[in-house]
Design a protein around this ligand. Structure first.
Ligand code: V4E
Length: 198
């Protein structure tokens, strides 16, 4: 699937307006371990490998079409699909096999997510904490899933229209991992900023 999403920092008033009439889809808590090597080879290509509650997921950037301010990623789920992309034969467990190439966890993030649906859009309200730190971060996301990359630009436009209609401002907002790296891993953060990824 292709995930088109835009992050926002919401005031209380903006949150109330966004959630007015929205269908509650529930709350869940999950923990992500993000992986990369010492050269940040994945991050420098805007590629994000994580284990979320035991499931492996990979986010690959789409060539932007439509708005640059809306994140567009192809999501690959499951160890086998990710092994195919990395051409990584199953010698040991997935974590053993990637660790042979120097891939280690660099960020452990636990998110409590309240999920809503409104007018066909999914709204996530995330509160994140990061292991080994006293850092916490809240961020909202408005998301659409599309099946084909050709639909991404239109979906990005729809998200911006929906956000604008709810009084949300289209400005740069940090993601959770970005927030963690800036505070806790400044060298890693600086490399990704220099590469134009963050
Ligand atoms: C894509 C990305 C990262 C991976 C984590 O993505 P994020 O959307 O923050 O996590 P989450 O938990 O909401 O994933 P979901 O459950 O929606 O799949 S870490 C950094 N990036 C890149 C990035 C970027 N370039 N710009 C912004 C605003 N955020 C993230």
């Amino acid at each position: 699937m292709i995930e088109i999403e835009k992050k926002f920092k919401l005031s209380g008033e903006q949150e109330a307006r966004l959630l007015a009439g929205a269908e509650e889809l529930g709350e869940k808590t999950f923990t992500d371990f993000y992986y990369d090597n010492a050269q940040f080879s994945l991050g420098l290509q805007d590629i994000w490998l994580r284990e979320r509650d035991g499931q492996w997921e990979l986010k690959l950037p789409l060539t932007q079409n439509g708005s640059n301010s809306v994140d567009q990623y192809r999501e690959i789920e499951g160890e086998m699909a990710i092994r195919e992309i990395f051409a990584l034969p199953p010698l040991g467990s997935f974590v053993e096999d990637i660790s042979r190439f120097g891939y280690e966890p660099y960020c452990e993030c636990t998110t409590t997510r309240r999920k809503y649906r409104k007018d066909g859009f999914v709204i996530d309200l995330d509160e994140a904490v990061f292991a080994g730190t006293d850092l916490s971060y809240t961020v909202a996301e408005i998301e659409l899933l599309v099946a084909r990359s050709e639909e991404a630009g239109e979906a990005a436009g729809k998200i911006l229209d929906f956000a604008g209609a709810h009084g949300l401002i289209d400005g740069p907002v940090r993601g959770k991992v970005e927030t963690y790296l800036k505070k806790e891993k400044p060298r890693h953060y600086a490399a990704l900023v220099e590469a134009g990824v963050l």
